[in-house]
Design a protein around this ligand. Structure first.
Ligand code: SF4
Ligand code: SF4
Length: 135
């Protein structure tokens, strides 16, 4: 059961990841609805794009992650081009897909790797591994 308006640590962590991947501040949205107005996939969605952003603001991350919306989005960027606040909603939806595919599981944590082991490999190798193995 999702509690409205609550940002538990795990929800906050997921939202942080979505904002980090998309480089979008979802709290800049003021719910004008223009992003949803011209979305070509709207009839296939269970949550409209502006509602998805609102759910994120309310901490209801799971509702968005489990929605059809993020998968039927055609990545056409119409919503992004309509937003008066310059919010790149298409990138937010892409970030949500990535979080889903990665399952939000960190299989690699550099804090658990001894320093001498870390120094054996080039930084780029660690960056690459973190991209693939962290949620
Ligand atoms: S167009 Fe932008 S400000 Fe308006 S509801 Fe959509 S994301 Fe929010
Ligand atoms: S990018 Fe996705 S959410 Fe945005 S208008 Fe296109 S189909 Fe709709």
């Amino acid at each position: 059961m999702i509690e409205l308006g609550r940002h538990t640590k795990s929800r906050r962590d997921i939202l942080d990841k979505v904002e980090r991947i998309s480089e979008v501040d979802v709290f800049a949205c003021y719910q004008c609805g223009r992003c949803s107005g011209d979305c070509p996939s709207i009839n296939l969605m269970d949550i409209m794009p502006n509602q998805a952003i609102r759910f994120l603001q309310l901490g209801e991350v799971e509702a968005v992650l489990s929605s059809k919306t993020i998968w039927v989005c055609a990545s056409c960027f119409t919503c992004t081009s309509r937003c008066p606040k310059g919010i790149d909603i298409a990138r937010v939806l892409e970030a949500l897909r990535q979080v889903c595919l990665r399952k939000n599981i960190d299989q690699l944590d550099l804090n658990n790797i001894p320093e001498e082991e870390r120094e054996r490999y080039p930084t780029i190798a660690w960056v690459s591994a973190l991209r693939k193995l962290s949620g």
